[in-house]
Ligand binder design. Structure first.
Ligand SMILES: Cc1cc2nc3c(=O)[nH]c(=O)nc-3n(C[C@H](O)[C@H](O)[C@H](O)COP(=O)(O)OP(=O)(O)OC[C@H]3O[C@@H](n4cnc5c(N)ncnc54)[C@H](O)[C@@H]3O)c2cc1C
Length: 380
């Protein structure tokens, strides 16, 4: 297919697709990127000002090597783009001693020899007075945790991809794609493009455009809340990001006020959302939801009693085992897929870009991605 103007087409230029377009173009591929909306839009999964990054991965220690590489690439992205895409604040992962949040973080830290401290509820309160975890709970403090800025990250990857020669089209939804045997054909409202390879990074649109990969993906509506920290008695500025689990196995997570007190302290439930689709998601946030969040966060941060300054909705794309899908398409060798990030993908954006470039250009990668094989769910 050397007669085509493009080596690789990237479908979707959100978190993962913009990173893939950059890594591909940086390695010399002729890239066409096709995005339904504008750069760094707020209709998908990569908006809302902040995303937790951390290494002591309670979900599964198998993610840690990818995180270590991702951290290297976060720093490289910051240097190369000159954009403040991430910051280190430290992080508290709290809950009952046997909770996934605490014990899983400890397991990953110990297995990979990551710097960490184990704190009792009283030690947490002494060191970070804004926090007052329930008596008897434990915390793992990770000094390397922090946050990424999703919109800035997408902008940085888009800018660098374009600088490396990628041709990126916005406001151009892909309506269909097909495998032509020796390459792919991709059709949009504006025309049909040919390339040797297609990388599909569709976020919450995966159930439609990747209906044949054999992994059921549920799209969930999630709400983010920004609470005025000024009224609180213990300042949170400069403090850690946090995840807190209760006896009921419910998790919330949050950030210090990263844009100054006026920007609010963001909090959210982790994995508490209703099924939706990108077309049907209810973007209204209701008073009963706000009340539930304020009550819940007050059990951890009793001084965070200010008014709710803002709210926003976002979508998770959740697989049955909450592990990602990153692979060559099981049915089409000219297609690579990245989807099902299950509400925890953003911290991996830079390394996923690198992995997708490996898969598209070399057909394989040295990064450990067995966990993300779509065939793992074939018998479920
Ligand atoms: C509220 C919330 C909080 C989160 N918190 C964290 C966190 O703290 N830490 C963390 O690591 N992760 C977090 N995540 C998860 C993380 O943000 C996602 O895993 C990640 O953003 C997914 O990126 P993506 O590229 O798959 O999706 P997106 O960024 O949504 O990109 C998909 C893109 O594909 C485009 N597209 C779709 N179909 C087409 C088409 N047919 N033609 C053209 N373009 C198309 C879309 O317009 C979109 O731009 C959170 C997610 C949410 C919603």
């Amino acid at each position: 297919m050397s007669d085509t103007p493009y080596d690789v087409i990237v479908l979707g230029l959100g978190g993962m697709g913009s990173a893939a377009a950059y890594h591909l173009a940086a390695r010399g591929s002729r890239v066409l990127g096709l995005e339904r909306f504008t750069p760094a839009h707020d209709h998908g999964s990569s908006h809302g000002g902040s995303r937790i990054i951390r290494q002591s991965y309670f979900e599964d220690p198998a993610y840690v090597p990818l995180l270590l590489r991702s951290y290297e690439l976060w720093e490289k992205l910051k240097q190369d783009s000159g954009i403040d895409v991430y910051s280190i604040t430290g992080g508290l992962f709290m809950g009952p001693e046997e909770s996934t949040t605490f014990s899983g973080s400890r397991r990953a830290s110990e297995q990979w020899d990551l710097a960490h401290e184990v704190l009792t509820d009283r030690e947490v309160h002494r060191r970070f007075p804004a926090f007052d975890p329930p008596a008897g709970q434990m915390a793992l403090y990770e000094s390397m945790a922090g946050f990424a800025r999703p919109e800035a990250t997408v902008q940085a990857h888009i800018g660098l991809a374009q600088k490396a020669g990628a041709d990126l089209h916005f406001g151009e939804p892909v309506t269909s794609w097909s495998d032509s045997g020796d390459g792919v054909l991709v059709t949009t409202e504006a025309g049909t493009y040919r390339a040797a390879h297609l990388v599909v990074c569709p976020g919450a649109w995966a159930p439609k455009i990747l209906s044949d990969i054999g992994v059921p993906i549920r799209i969930e509506r999630q709400v983010m809340y920004w609470i005025d920290p000024v009224a609180g008695s213990a300042p949170m500025e400069g403090g850690p990001i946090y995840i807190h689990e209760t006896d009921e196995v419910e998790q919330i997570y949050g950030f210090p006020p990263i844009d100054g007190p006026g920007g609010g302290a963001k909090v959210a439930f982790f994995r508490k959302g209703e099924d939706c689709t990108p077309e049907t998601i209810d973007r209204t946030v209701y008073p009963h939801e706000i009340e539930a969040m304020v009550e819940r966060v007050g059990r951890l941060l009793p001084g965070l009693t200010g008014s709710v300054l803002d709210t926003a909705t976002c979508m998770y794309s959740t697989t049955p085992d909450e592990n990602f899908v990153i692979a060559r398409h099981p049915g089409h060798r000219n297609v690579t897929v990245a989807c099902g990030f299950s509400g925890h993908g953003f911290k991996f954006v830079p390394v996923v870009g690198e992995v997708l470039a490996d898969l598209a250009i070399d057909g394989g990668t040295t990064h450990p991605i067995d966990l993300f094989d779509p065939n793992r769910l074939a018998d479920v």
